[in-house]
Write a protein that binds this ligand. Structure first.
Ligand SMILES: [Fe+2]
Length: 345
């Protein structure tokens, strides 16, 4: 690869003449925007320990009343992007949100898509477009773009969940905004009841649900059972993984980010191919060793880490007697839609 000319190679008066007309020479920056072979990600492999962040999150509960926070969140920010950017990767935002008994986070809707992965506590709920979704450890609840949502808490212990949003991308597109609304009227919950069995969907008088988000809550008890059934049926070396999809058409459950759950058998090591999207791993149960190129993290229950695209990732269950269950968020739907999705052997 040949060395290209730098900005400093150019006479100062020439550079000033360019700037005066809002012009920039490409060649000094060409390799930065088009690196050879593979991207040079700002996203850095980063881990957030739940045990370490939890006291600070609980302290936020004492320092800032919900009325002053609206959403009481500590953002899991990637230092590679700069903490102030509040992003885990180019397109993913992660936040740990705390809701205390009796608190209520008022209704709003926004252009970025969000999901919640419940981390601890019971008694809280999220009402999404009128469907009141109870929150239990490991449940995945969608609040897709444009859908009204509010959080409430009828229980008696702190509830924490992990928010995953495509906020950095939507913000970058200058398309990010929110609208505040009135408390929602609750309607009967549908999705996680109507799509309880794979292979059949409701079709009253031969009609099908064509709404973009027919299922808003994916209970962990069902997802875990699906993983255990897969593991029992495939005792070989196949990865035990399920994707969270739209049950009507099988597409990713949201447009930009993809979500899946993975079970590592006791003692199992799983090498993932290098793929273009960045990934987030969050341990629902058990513990795992996550290595990404030259970085390795030991993840305990409720810990979270992020790895950049094109990293060579290996996941290892730390226990030889118990399975580990991992929630994965990634940018696959976005990459596929843009024609950028790549897998390297
Ligand atoms: Fe929201």
């Amino acid at each position: 690869m040949s060395e290209l000319g730098t900005l400093e190679d150019l006479p100062l008066d020439y550079r000033q003449a360019l700037s005066a007309q809002n012009l920039v020479p490409l060649w000094p920056s060409l390799r930065a925007v088009l690196p050879l072979g593979q991207p040079g990600p700002r996203t850095r492999a980063t881990m957030w320990s739940y045990k370490s962040l939890r006291p600070l999150l609980m302290q936020a509960g004492e320092l800032t009343p919900i009325e002053k926070a609206e959403r009481r969140v500590l953002v899991l920010a990637n230092p590679g992007h700069g903490l102030e950017k509040m992003q885990a990767s180019s397109s993913m935002y992660l936040g740990m949100q705390l809701l205390l008994p009796g608190e209520w986070a008022p209704p709003h809707r926004h252009t970025p898509n969000a999901v919640r992965m419940i981390v601890e506590g019971t008694g809280a709920y999220t009402t999404v477009n009128g469907e009141k979704c109870p929150m239990q450890r490991g449940d995945l609840i969608l609040t897709p773009t444009g859908l009204w949502h509010e959080h409430g808490h009828d229980g008696d212990e702190a509830v924490v969940w992990l928010d995953v949003l495509d906020l950095p991308l939507v913000y970058y597109m200058e398309a990010s905004y929110a609208v505040e609304g009135e408390k929602q009227d609750v309607i009967p919950r549908r999705g996680d009841r109507e799509y309880l069995r794979g292979g059949v969907v409701p079709s009253p008088v031969f009609t099908r649900d064509t709404s973009a988000y027919p299922m808003l809550r994916y209970p962990w008890v069902d997802v875990r059972a699906a993983l255990e059934a897969l593991a029992a049926d495939r005792p070989g070396s196949d990865a035990v993984q399920v994707a969270y999809v739209n049950p009507e058409d099988g597409s990713s459950c949201q447009n930009i980010l993809g979500f899946s759950a993975l079970m590592l058998r006791p003692g199992e090591t799983l090498a993932l191919p290098a793929r273009s999207p960045a990934m987030v791993f969050h341990v629902i149960e058990g513990g795992a060793l996550v290595s990404a190129d030259d970085t390795a993290f030991t993840l305990a229950e409720a810990d979270t880490c992020c790895v950049p695209g094109f990293a060579r990732v290996t996941l290892k269950n730390r226990s030889t007697t118990e399975p580990a269950f991992i929630f994965i968020a990634d940018e696959s739907p976005l990459h596929r839609k843009l024609g950028l999705y790549e897998v390297r052997a």
